[in-house]
Design a protein around this ligand. Structure first.
Ligand SMILES: Cc1cc2nc3c(=O)[nH]c(=O)nc-3n(C[C@H](O)[C@H](O)[C@H](O)COP(=O)(O)O)c2cc1C
Length: 448
């Protein structure tokens, strides 16, 4: 096992804006360079210099067109549009790094498992085992309209499809090619032993896939599985599949409840509950002094594009927030989109108004914003790690790439001094760096 250290993902998107809408206008911000390969190779080098486990790429299909019933606000304000496919950045970023991992988001609603298994096997080969698959089911209705499916599938039905999707992928990655199938015996003219390559013969409700897998086994076989389910059905899916889980609950109590619930559900699947790793998002805003950090925070807040944030959140929750009174309290909403996000702001002791939610969410949606000196930011991360029991963080950038560079140059030396982050990478693959294992755990349902 790697030492018990804080693990870090940079949380970003191959687009102008991800979850800090308006920040592209911040002086010196380079988000508009997202089309430029050298922007991403610089990001990769900086993240690896900081000892990050991975760069995590969010991705969506479709346009945020729920707010005001129009796509115009999202297009005008660059709300996750325009964006490019993240998978193609991976080989370029892998080329300039040796250890950094890459988590790529793909939707089980809009692709086919045979196709996806091939894409990830290819990436895993090209990166020497440094990829993760962030499994999403997609929440935007506008995506369904683009991909020939008519109406978006219902929330729970998307998860049913996702579960079968994963079973097909696991069979292709884990069971189709035995170890040692590739013999490369030039004298005998025999590259692969056909007796060791098997069909998977999957016949299910959503997919029929005969196999065998077209790719030989890659270093990790199954990429590291990331997931972020908040609803009851989403939690069930995460407990059965995820190795690393993204946590979006905004308070420590809600995070603890989530972690305990998922670990107990994982045990119900015969898994070792401690194998699940938990990553809340965090928005670090750091300055050499508390005053400088606060000034930076103020300036970031001034650049928040409130209407753009409401367009983003309306897409997340599939509710047109332009119709609500800004001072109205958010109530529990049953939605076909992201159930967890809206309900994080609803009910309980901490009830939010629409306006408060938008202001808070402008710097990284539901994640805590931590403002302070390197020591103060490190204190906060240490507290979450030691007292709440999370395994690490998705570090969200505000100004790009300045927020990442600040974190690497100011906060990481402080964490390193406290022995809370790694001195150097222990493993060759992403899974080894996260868990010490190269392959999926033997208690994971894919291997049982
Ligand atoms: C940190 C984090 C990152 C996410 N990234 C994406 C993404 O890139 N693309 C996407 O379609 N959904 C993304 N989601 C949404 C999740 O896949 C999922 O739909 C959401 O957490 C709601 O789960 P639920 O439907 O079970 O409530 C993300 C969620 C979280 C918390």
């Amino acid at each position: 096992m790697p030492e018990d250290v804080i693990h870090l993902n940079l949380f970003t998107m191959n687009s102008v804006e991800h979850v800090t809408v308006g920040s592209w206008r911040y002086p010196g911000d380079q988000s508009a360079r997202y089309r430029d390969r050298t922007y991403w190779t610089e990001v990769a080098r900086t993240a690896e210099r900081g000892g990050f486990d991975g760069v995590f790429f969010a991705d969506v299909r479709g346009i945020y067109d729920v707010y005001g019933g129009s796509r115009d606000p999202a297009i005008e304000r660059a709300v996750q549009t325009p964006s490019n496919d993240p998978a193609y950045l991976v080989p370029a970023m892998a080329e300039v790094t040796d250890h950094l991992g890459f988590a790529v988001t793909k939707s089980t609603s809009y692709t086919h498992p045979y196709q996806l298994a091939r894409e990830f096997s290819t990436l895993d080969h090209l990166t020497d085992g440094r990829v993760a698959f962030n499994v999403v089911t997609s929440y935007l209705e506008s995506a369904a309209a683009n991909l020939g499916l008519g109406e978006r599938l219902g929330h729970d039905e998307r998860y049913d499809r996702a579960q079968e999707f994963m079973e097909v992928c696991y069979a292709l990655w884990e069971d189709s090619w035995e170890d040692g199938a590739v013999v490369r015996d030039a004298a005998a003219g025999r590259f692969t032993d056909p007796a060791k390559v098997h069909t998977i013969d999957h016949a299910g409700e959503h997919f029929d896939v005969v196999g065998p897998h077209g790719c030989e086994p890659s270093p990790q076989r199954t990429p590291v599985i990331y997931q972020a389910g908040s609803s009851d059905r989403g939690r069930a899916f995460a407990a059965a599949n995820a190795e690393a889980v993204f946590v979006s609950q905004p308070t420590p109590e809600q995070v603890r409840e989530y972690v305990d619930d998922l670990r107990s559900r994982a045990a119900d699947h015969g898994r070792d509950p401690d194998e699940l790793m938990f990553f809340p998002g965090i928005v670090p805003i750091v300055g050499a002094t508390a005053e400088l950090a606060e000034a930076k925070h103020e300036s970031y807040r001034e650049h928040v594009d409130v209407e753009g944030v409401l367009a983003l959140l309306s897409g997340f929750v599939d509710v047109d927030l332009s119709e609500l009174d800004p001072d109205q309290k958010i109530e529990h909403i049953e939605t076909e989109a992201i159930q967890g996000t809206v309900n994080a702001f609803a009910g309980g002791e901490s009830t939010w108004t629409v306006r408060e939610m938008a202001q808070f969410a402008g710097l990284g949606t539901t994640s805590p914003v931590v403002v302070g000196t390197p020591a103060e930011v490190a204190d906060e991360l240490q507290w979450w790690f030691e007292e709440v029991g999370v395994d690490g963080f998705n570090v969200k950038e505000v100004a790009r790439p300045g927020s990442l560079a600040d974190f690497v140059d100011l906060v990481l030396p402080e964490l390193r001094e406290r022995g809370l982050v790694r001195e150097s990478y222990e493993g060759a693959t992403l899974r080894e760096n996260l868990t010490g294992r190269r392959r999926l755990s033997e208690t994971h349902p894919a291997r049982q």
